[in-house]
Design a protein around this ligand. Structure first.
Ligand code: COA
Length: 136
């Protein structure tokens, strides 16, 4: 709780950033209420090896032996919560997870390929095709 800036002795609630949860069974990263989510599917290792073989990207070479690749197929945020960065938070969690588990990513979802990655180019090193997106 925080004191009000105008000196009023009543307290105000501090906004809590949304918590993103990994739902392993449903292959999703989602908000606690499950209304917003990033859906992924785990894909075959052969695809990763083929992409890594074609790439000079050291991150991809490092992940060449990775067991799986995360295909991020869909991101959804309810209309009432759009434009506040919630989809970006879901992506942050999903990319961090991929990195922790030495996985490459296929950004099938257009929000991820066209908006999130250009705004977060550091994650391009995990992208399976190895083609970097330009910064916005
Ligand atoms: N493709 C690329 N970028 C998109 C997009 C799409 N389909 N839909 C919205 N964006 C952009 C917006 O133009 C906005 O840009 P701005 O910041 O310049 O205004 C930005 O994403 C908003 O980012 P953020 O606040 O992190 O996203 P969000 O929480 O509003 O959620 C979606 C974005 C796409 C998940 C949400 O609009 C949604 O659920 N749409 C319906 C489902 C959908 O089209 N999903 C994407 C394809 S899988």
């Amino acid at each position: 709780m925080a004191k009000r800036a105008d000196g009023d002795s009543s307290t105000v609630k501090e906004a809590r950033p949304p918590v993103i949860v990994w739902n392993k069974e449903r292959e999703r990263f989602e908000t606690e209420d499950k209304e917003a989510f990033l859906q992924y599917h785990l894909r075959d290792v052969g695809l990763v090896a083929a992409a890594a073989n074609r790439s000079d990207n050291p991150e991809q070479q490092k992940r060449k032996g990775a067991a799986v690749v995360m295909d991020m197929v869909h991101t959804y945020v309810p209309r009432s919560k759009r434009g506040m960065g919630l989809a970006a938070l879901l992506c942050d969690a999903a990319f961090a997870h991929a990195q922790c588990h030495s996985m490459l990513v296929i950004p099938t979802c257009s929000y991820i390929s066209d908006t999130y990655l250009p705004r977060n180019p550091a994650w391009n090193s995990l992208v399976c095709n190895g083609e970097p997106k330009s910064s916005m």
